[in-house]
Design a protein. Structure first.
Length: 285
């Protein structure tokens, strides 16, 4: 299944993509939130679709898409998880996963505007594969991790490099600004995706290809990440793990290149669609 949420920010309704067409599934009566995933929502929703085959209203293509999961309890991100990205930023590939969190207030729809924060001069892009947790996970064994995955989504882990690297403390300062976590267009259940370890992911700025990588180059694979993170905290249904970005970020260019108002960022991953963000200055939106 491919789950979507549509409507104005904060008022999104559940929907679904069937045969490349978007449908309103609000008659199901539940949002795609923690309670949904925790109570076998995907199974129940599949039954709902079967019972209502051919009856769901089609959505206008112009309808805004929100992020495909209602605000999760946590947005967990893995840093330096592609060796080529570590090299371009001058970092050594880490012996264990680097973890940081993005604020849930950064979480927006796939095509919403990307707003450069006040006083920012180094706002950067990062295409990433995101994993959505399907059930409560604590001290998960790596061989069991696949059973905890609800699905996958496209994520732009937008980063303010000065805030992240030059303002002391943790990376979180440069990762959690408003609009810095566009996710979607949809959540794809695992059966919709082929080999998750061999997906192309790419990103362009103003039509110029900046990132062109593959998940085959992940240093720490998804089952390991789920197991690893669950040793430090309980993962709740609907939580999102963003698995890292390949080479091609603005920070790694010589000289570095950063986003400016008017830029258009487009990105995609095999099987997970594409998203598009127009860059706005703070106060323009």
């Amino acid at each position: 299944m491919k789950l979507i949420r549509f409507g104005q920010p904060g008022l999104e309704k559940p929907g679904v993509i069937l045969h490349d067409q978007r449908y309103d599934a609000s008659a199901f009566g539940e949002d795609y939130n923690e309670a949904f995933f925790a109570t076998d929502g995907l199974v129940r929703f599949a039954r709902f679709l079967q019972a209502h085959e051919g009856q769901l209203p089609q959505l206008d293509a112009a309808e805004r898409l929100g992020p495909p999961v209602a605000r999760p309890s946590k947005l967990l991100c893995i840093g330096l998880n592609y060796a080529d990205h570590a090299r371009e930023t001058g970092a050594t590939p880490p012996p264990e996963p680097v973890l940081f969190l993005k604020a849930t207030t950064a979480y927006v729809g796939p095509n919403d505007d990307l707003v450069i924060p006040k006083n920012s001069v180094k706002t950067d892009w990062e295409v990433e594969l995101a994993v959505v947790i399907g059930k409560r996970a604590s001290y998960v064994e790596e061989h069991e991790a696949a059973g905890y995955i609800a699905g996958y989504a496209l994520h732009n882990d937008v980063s303010e490099r000065e805030f992240q690297l030059e303002r002391s403390g943790t990376w979180d300062k440069g990762k959690g600004c408003d609009t810095f976590a566009p996710v979607g267009p949809f959540l794809a259940t695992p059966d919709e995706i082929g080999d998750v370890d061999n997906l192309r992911l790419w990103l362009t700025v103003n039509g110029q290809l900046m990132q062109d990588g593959t998940t085959a180059n992940l240093i720490f694979k998804i089952p390991f990440l789920i197991s690893y993170l669950s040793q430090f905290m309980t993962l709740l249904p609907g939580d999102i793990i963003s698995t890292g970005t390949p080479a091609g970020v603005g920070l790694g260019m010589k000289p570095p290149v950063y986003l400016k108002p008017g830029d258009v960022v487009e990105l995609g991953i095999d099987g997970l669609g594409t998203s598009r963000q127009t860059v706005k200055a703070y106060g323009q939106q």
